[in-house]
Design a protein around this ligand. Structure first.
Ligand code: HEM
Length: 378
């Protein structure tokens, strides 16, 4: 998509698309201007656009002041002190996943590593019982699945599947929330159930939607970051000796992967009132598509934006968004990537694409990643 986005950004940093009936925003500065003004550009999804994946009571789809209150509660669970307890666990999960494949000399990096790791980590954080993990993974995968094709039948089938998964997840969390109300444990659900802001606790629906959001927002994205990183290692094999065993380089390469192959391609916002933006007249309830992938390659901000520079610094990419909705899981996914990809690079040498493997992108407008990544290694 990158040459097209580059061309559109140069010619029309903001344009209205009659067919899709939305505004496309391609420029870095324009996107920042919108993300900095939630009072004009709302995250609340207008009723007519709600679907089986909508989470109208979650922080992602709320504006201040409701957003501010929920973010305060949720922020505690993702604070550095809470996360540092997960370090050893992440390393042991990553090592276990590599143990399973290391003798084979080949693997599908997406199915065997990038996909399972974030789900196991979030299950661990939430306090999902070991016995329920497989079920939990199934719901989580279904919630973020894309349709097989764009036919109305495929869309309808997926919609039914996702509604079913959502109902089962809600029933599951209902059970766990009740258990944790009377018998709190050392986990994220207990923390959210008992959290108070201004003397109020969260409602049942708010807790359930928050848990579902963590699955939807956290898993596919981190999976794609891991997959996109290893894809770059296969495309640029000379990087492997430069990064392996070098935590500082690994850190800057993870940031550059987030910029170069951003896991979230675009965000949505809705105008709260008629407003003029860079000479364009936007009406109340217009839909805006903010192309993060384009902002992250804007030459006004990044030198040689279409070149991968693993030492790029500073690297003010917007892969995690910006402003009040800045990704709550940014620190967690950076930590997961730093620990897990270090293990991958130390244990697998000379990583290369399996002969004949085709790189099929996931069929999604909003996520950027691969369906499968068959690799070989020594
Ligand atoms: C929000 C990207 C991982 C939880 C966001 C936003 C982006 C993003 C762009 C802003 C949405 C908006 O402004 O509308 C990513 C990427 C990730 C990642 C690229 C991985 C590489 C995670 C993880 C979690 C998570 C691991 C949690 C387990 C959230 C939540 C929000 C959010 C709860 C909503 C925050 C709010 O509305 O205040 N993420 N995310 N994310 N992310 Fe992430």
């Amino acid at each position: 998509p990158f040459p097209t986005l580059n061309r559109l950004r140069q010619t029309t940093p903001i344009r209205y698309d009659e067919t899709r009936q939305c505004w496309d925003i391609f420029g870095y500065q324009e996107i920042m201007q919108i993300l900095k003004a939630p009072e004009c550009f709302s995250s609340v999804v207008p009723g007519k656009f709600e679907n089986s994946l909508s989470l109208p009571e979650s922080i992602l789809e709320l504006d201040p002041p409701q957003h501010t209150k929920l973010r305060k509660i949720a922020g505690k669970a993702f604070a550095p002190a809470a996360l540092s307890q997960l370090e050893a666990k992440i390393a042991s999960i990553a090592n276990e996943l590599i143990d399973r494949v290391v003798q084979r000399g080949e693997m599908d990096f997406v199915a065997d590593f990038a996909n399972p790791l974030p789900v196991i980590v979030i299950s661990e954080m939430l306090g999902v019982e070991q016995n329920d993990r497989a079920l939990f993974k199934h719901w989580s995968d279904t919630m973020v699945k894309s349709p097989a094709d764009a036919s109305p039948e495929s869309l309808e089938r997926l919609h039914t599947e996702q509604l079913q998964a959502r109902r089962e997840l809600e029933a599951y969390f209902q059970k766990v929330i009740e258990l944790r109300r009377s018998d709190p444990q050392e986990d994220l659900i207990s923390q959210i159930v008992h959290a108070e802001v201004d003397g109020e606790t969260l409602t049942f629906n708010q807790i359930v939607e928050f848990c579902i959001l963590l699955l939807v927002a956290g898993n596919e994205t981190t999976t794609n970051l891991f997959g996109n990183f290893v894809r770059l290692l296969t495309e640029r094999s000379e990087l492997q000796p430069a990064v392996s065993g070098n935590p500082e380089r690994l850190k800057t390469m993870i940031e550059e992967t987030l910029r170069f192959y951003s896991p979230v391609q675009a965000l949505l916002r809705y105008t709260k009132q008629d407003i003029d933006l860079q000479g364009c007249h936007l009406k109340k309830d217009d839909v805006l598509v903010l192309w993060l992938t384009s902002a992250n390659r804007d030459p006004a901000v990044f030198d040689r934006p279409d070149e991968l520079d693993i030492d790029r610094s500073p690297n003010p990419h917007v892969a995690f968004g910006f402003g009040i909705h800045f990704c709550l899981g940014a620190m967690l996914s950076r930590m997961e990537a730093q620990i897990a990809l270090d293990i991958v690079m130390r244990r697998l040498c000379n990583i290369r694409l399996a002969p004949g493997a085709a790189l099929t992108p996931i069929p999604s407008t909003f996520f950027f990643g691969l369906q499968a990544l068959p690799i070989e290694f020594d």
